[in-house]
Design a protein around this ligand. Sequence first.
Ligand code: TTP
Length: 188
Amino acid sequence: MSLILASASPRRQELLRLITEDFLVHNSNIDESLVPGLSPADAVLLLARRKALAVQQECPRDAVIGADTVVAIDGFILGKPRDNADAALMLRQLSGRTHEVFTGVCLALPAPGMENAFVSRAQVTFAPLGEDEILSYVASGEPADKAGAYGIQGLGARFIERINGDYYTVMGLPVCGLYHLMREQGLL
Ligand SMILES: Cc1cn([C@H]2C[C@H](O)[C@@H](COP(=O)(O)OP(=O)(O)OP(=O)(O)O)O2)c(=O)[nH]c1=O
């Protein structure tokens, strides 16, 4: 049995390496569009599960990890921005306020129906951002592939006053939660 990370995200690969070096990477290529009306926690669980199960269909003898991250504020779910204008809108919404980041993780095991999933939530407080800061951050390109249009691990760090929760949940993979789940399941 191999361990497979169902993700194209280089950040998730880097974070899984904090738990184990012994894994392969397969992109799941699933449709990430969401049914409207889902709570952020249900949305990330659904997508994490879809990613893990899509890869497990191809590799039924392996254990597969899928994950998904969204930002939630004012009852809205912010995924990855569509374009630069959308990224700037998201950053204006986050400016000077506290939002939540949800990361769902699904570990699909080879026995039929054996799946373990959990959601990790963190609160992140942004400093007030000037329009010039927003535009130059968007121009850096960093927001483009990130939920909520920022990366806590990159230039986005400048804007973050406070976090309550697991830093790695914000980055896209809750390392402590996944490590403990993998130990419980006898994978480590
Ligand atoms: C909020 C935040 C998000 N992100 C990233 C984590 C995720 O990669 C991305 C959210 O998109 P996801 O759809 O969760 O992940 P992905 O498309 O990058 O990778 P895959 O589906 O193949 O696993 O945003 C950061 O890197 N830093 C942050 O601070």
